[in-house]
Design a protein around this ligand. Structure first.
Ligand code: SF4
Ligand code: SF4
Length: 86
């Protein structure tokens, strides 16, 4: 049997935030560590049937703290490149 990971990417003002629910164990560490307090539990279930997480894309600053603290690498954050100045 194979397990597929359906990731979901949310575009925020500052970057792209991706959750891999198949890796999320619902520990809540990311929610605790987010400096903007813009993370919450999601309706999508994680690997153990507990809620995974989502973000408020208007408030996320793409700082990467959630990615850094997640013990299971269930989050990936990619900052948008700064617009080139002319
Ligand atoms: S990237 Fe930073 S601001 Fe955005 S959800 Fe993660 S911890 Fe919060
Ligand atoms: S820190 Fe990782 S495993 Fe824990 S709730 Fe957040 S995304 Fe899920």
């Amino acid at each position: 049997m194979t397990q597929t990971f359906h990731e979901e990417t949310i575009e925020g003002n500052k970057g792209f935030w991706t959750i891999f629910p198949g890796l999320c164990k619902g520990c809540g560490l990311c929610i605790q560590k987010c400096p903007k307090k813009c993370m919450s539990w999601s309706d999508v279930l994680g690997v153990y049937g507990t809620p995974s997480v989502e973000i408020n894309n208007e408030e996320c600053i793409a700082c990467g703290a959630c990615q850094m603290f997640c013990p299971d690498c269930a989050i990936a954050v990619e900052r948008k490149k700064k617009e080139e100045k002319h």
